[in-house]
Design a protein around this ligand. Sequence first.
Ligand code: FMN
Ligand code: SF4
Length: 426
Amino acid sequence: MDFPRILSGNWDTPDSHRLAVAKSRGVYSQLPRALAMAPNDITQIVKDSGLRGRGGAGFPTGMKWSFVPPAEKRQGKSVYLLCNADESEPGTFKDRYCLWLDPHLLFEGMAIASRALDCHVGYIYIRGEFRYIARRLEEALAEAYAAGLLGKNILGSGHDFDLYVHVGAGAYICGEETALISSLEGEKGQPKLKPPFPAVEGAWRSPTIVNNVETLAVVPWLIQHGAAAYKALGTEKSPGTKLFSVSGHVRRPGVYEIPLGIPMMQFINEYAGGLLPGRTLKAVIPGGSSVPVMTPAEVAICSMDYESINTNAGSYLGSGGMIVMDDTTDLVAALTNLLRFYAHESCGQCTPCREGCGWMHQILCRVRDGEASEVDLGTLRDLADNIHSKTICFFGASAAMPVQSFLTKFRSEFLDRVQRRGVGAA
Ligand SMILES: Cc1cc2nc3c(=O)[nH]c(=O)nc-3n(C[C@H](O)[C@H](O)[C@H](O)COP(=O)(O)O)c2cc1C
Ligand code: SF4
């Protein structure tokens, strides 16, 4: 399939993380042009492109940027730009490729965004386990500063933008934007109720834009090629290309950039290499572990875009972390493993999430071990229903949706396990 590789086009070039190589590949070519543009014109291109945030929710990026109050309403407050490089969602491993293989593309995107947002300080918030990537980012930052591409008076434009790398301590919840902001401020990484939304009141109570790595790395291409070219890719409501990380029972797990909207089976077969020989498809989690699971029948009718997955399978494209499971998978064990993660990562502020995730995990362990009854399945369902939408942040729903969907769509597997109670289970 012929389409521009907007995000991954430089990944195969040796030393693509070095400034000289990046520049030879066209990185930073759009920065002078963007710095000469009126800030609102940059935002308008992003709006017109229909780019949707790649962190999971798919919120329109240009619209988010336009929520930042104009200078006269900011009472002298600065605007901050935060790049969310926490990437801790199970199944999602795309941002680390952008950071490792093309850090300058991200810096260019952030510098252009800073111009649009009248922002002079930005941070890349990166998860603690990515310390080796943080070191590479620091080296790349030093090169960019030395070349006048970041810092004071970038390329003589009069625009200042300082960019820092901030390493978190490895908590999944610090990927949630308000928790990320608290952590950056030096507080406990715990989410806050919204509103106020960060674009109005975020870091240090100032307007703050939080965007995913992939979202920001697309911006230079939008400046170069324009909104119409971007909209020509993908579907009407899900324009552009997107990175998908695919893992599980496929022959070629990895990260692939594709135009949104291609059939899901085509993606699994042509990009991920298809299933292992002799195996059949059992289930797919399409968008990182936090979204509802899909059955093979749903996979067959879905395409890789926000609308199709939601309309046809009641699930979400999310962060694009696809987990493929074949007929050898023990789905009860798989869900139990997922809930172990959520029980461990709950920040503990809300009772339904703090207690409920632990309880769901405990019940699932008993189901897995053949020690539960059908009543326990009802309790499990009840717990999930009472966590969803009753918590400060979306983490609660993220833990509840896998449970609700596995229990609904693969009920027989769970029933089979509880009906074998007392006779020992695999
Ligand atoms: C529990 C939880 C974890 C999250 N983790 C991430 C993450 O690792 N990376 C990310 O970009 N967004 C993550 N998000 C979404 C962010 O809160 C935020 O919506 C996103 O960074 C906005 O960027 P975008 O508009 O470019 O998508 C998470 C949300 C929740 C509720
Ligand atoms: S839902 Fe969970 S992770 Fe989110 S604030 Fe409440 S306790 Fe913390």
